[in-house]
Design a protein around this ligand. Structure first.
Ligand code: 2AM
Length: 477
């Protein structure tokens, strides 16, 4: 037994994480159900570090130092359960299983509870950054016990991305907290991608910029407060020319967005928690709607915008307005994500450091961005922070952005350019800002048809109006 860590499941993510551990001086046992993959890894990468190939699960387990630390990198779902069931009879109390797959946090909670009964630590861990991140430093979100993190934390922090010398890895909270936070990361990623795509569409349709010109606009934005990986790759994509046709790449890509389901999980879970993640939900629905060809065909002939594009001499002003709208909407989308994490922490008893979540997303992951350091700082300065808009500098920026933000959403409506995420973010802002909401009318309607009762603004108690009996006074129930 000489391997400090083992990785089973050597598809590209598992293989790259194993190599990452090896690059940092760890001896890594490697195993895959189909041994050919293990042999391939050894043939190609053995020179990179100390690997212990194992053809069987017995060999793999025997190769691990005790307490054993093994990472499962198989396709999330049934395969994860199958692998756990195979390995647990060979493990002993105190051993640790890291699940680095994209598991649903509810599955992680179930697995953790079952393994805890056998004295085995199960550490559901979000890993973000794709293949490249897995190899060179991902953002890592481990859940599970504090005791397991005491052992695994230093190893995971070593292989994670680093920003300003700090690892993009921290213990998120117990049982499924890591996978939960990874899920919300992906939900925020959906929103950010949709917002950026809406900004592109507005610049294309309202101001008639070419994709190459929009690429330059994004490159400019990437020098400022929007500085992020997603803006950077957006500029690259928009600047790319399709070699086969000579057309802008963006014009030859089919406009039906796919998804692997983490956005959907975020929205489903948000409904259960009562977390109003409207921008994330709109981003998820926008992908779904883009893929509904038969519905798009039915709507296609309907009339659209009622205003002409922005005049050329006003284009620069519109570009600046879109930057404000994008930034403000992005702050709202991230704020919604953090609200959801706070709601889940309360629901599941997770002690989540909300600032640390921002800190470990500054590098390694898809939503890495300069602006996350400001979210980190805002939470560090005020651990009870309820919303980014309760922090002065964010509040000032959004106040400053609100006029252009409204102009952009209005422009989009006038010109018939769809901006579901921009619009949802602005509506969220106005909902939470409002002195009085028409929720009062909803309460009236509910009381009218269902005697669902209501509270009053002027005195405590619960009341019902006898709508069918006009003269009768309301009843306090
Ligand atoms: P394979 O190479 O033997 O197919 C991604 O699919 C990874 O998950 C692969 O390494 C794959 O192994 C592994 N995997 C998928 N289902 C599995 C299962 N039921 N048991 C073990 N490994 C599995």
């Amino acid at each position: 037994a000489r391997a400090q860590i083992g990785v089973t499941g050597l598809a590209v993510m598992g293989r790259n994480l194993a190599r990452n551990f090896a690059h940092h001086g760890y001896t890594v046992a490697v195993h895959n159900r189909t041994p050919a993959r293990t042999r391939e890894l050894i043939e190609e990468f053995n020179h990179e570090g100390a690997f212990v190939p194992a053809e069987s699960i017995e060999e793999f387990v025997a190769a691990l130092e005790r307490p054993r630390r093994m990472m499962i990198m198989v396709k999330a779902g049934e395969a994860t359960d199958a692998v756990i069931d195979e390995f647990t009879p060979l493990l002993e109390p105190g051993d640790m299983i890291i699940d680095g797959g994209n598991a649903h946090f509810a599955d992680t909670r179930r697995r953790e509870a079952a393994l805890r009964e056998r004295g085995i630590h199960f550490v559901g861990t979000g890993v973000s950054g794709g293949e490249e991140g897995a190899l060179n430093g991902p953002s890592i979100m481990p859940g599970g016990s504090v005791d397991a993190y005491a052992v695994l934390g230093p190893m995971l922090e070593t292989i994670s991305a680093h920003v300003d010398g700090e690892p993009c890895c921290t213990h998120i909270g117990s049982d499924g907290a890591g996978h939960f936070v990874k899920m919300v990361h992906n939900g925020i990623e959906y929103a950010d991608m949709q917002l950026i795509s809406e900004a592109y569409d507005l610049l294309r349709q309202v101001t008639d910029h070419t994709p190459a010109e929009i690429a330059e606009i994004f490159r400019g934005w990437n020098e400022g407060r929007l500085d992020s990986y997603l803006i950077e790759i957006t500029a690259d994509i928009l600047a790319h020319t399709d070699p086969a046709t000579g057309q802008p790449f963006i014009d030859i890509v089919a406009d039906a967005a796919g998804q692997k389901g983490t956005g959907r999980w975020t929205v489903q879970t948000a409904l259960d928690l009562g977390s109003p993640v409207t921008a994330i939900a709109q981003a998820t629905f926008a992908r779904v709607a883009s893929s509904r060809g038969e519905l798009r065909a039915a709507y296609r002939a309907m009339p659209g915008g009622i205003r002409p594009p922005v005049r050329h001499d006003e284009a620069a002003r519109f570009v600046s307005q879109v930057e404000h709208a994008l930034y403000a909407s992005k702050v709202i989308a991230y704020d919604q994500g953090w609200t959801m994490i706070r709601d889940a922490a309360a629901e599941y008893g997770w002690d989540i450091d909300l600032g640390a979540v921002a800190r470990i997303w500054r590098g390694g992951c898809i939503i890495r961005a300069a602006f996350l350091d400001r979210i980190r700082a805002a939470h560090a300065a005020n651990p009870g922070l309820v919303s980014l808009l309760a922090e002065e500098t964010f509040a000032a920026e959004i106040a400053d952005a609100q006029v252009p933000w409204r102009e952009v959403v209005a422009s989009a409506a006038h010109r018939g350019v769809p901006t579901p995420a921009f619009s949802a973010a602005l509506a969220y802002y106005d909902t939470l800002r409002a002195e009085r909401l028409p929720a009062a009318l909803i309460q009236g309607q509910r009381d009218y048809f269902g005697a669902h009762t209501y509270q009053r603004t002027d005195r405590p108690g619960t009341f019902h109006t006898h709508w069918a009996q006009p003269g009768r006074p309301e009843t306090e129930v």
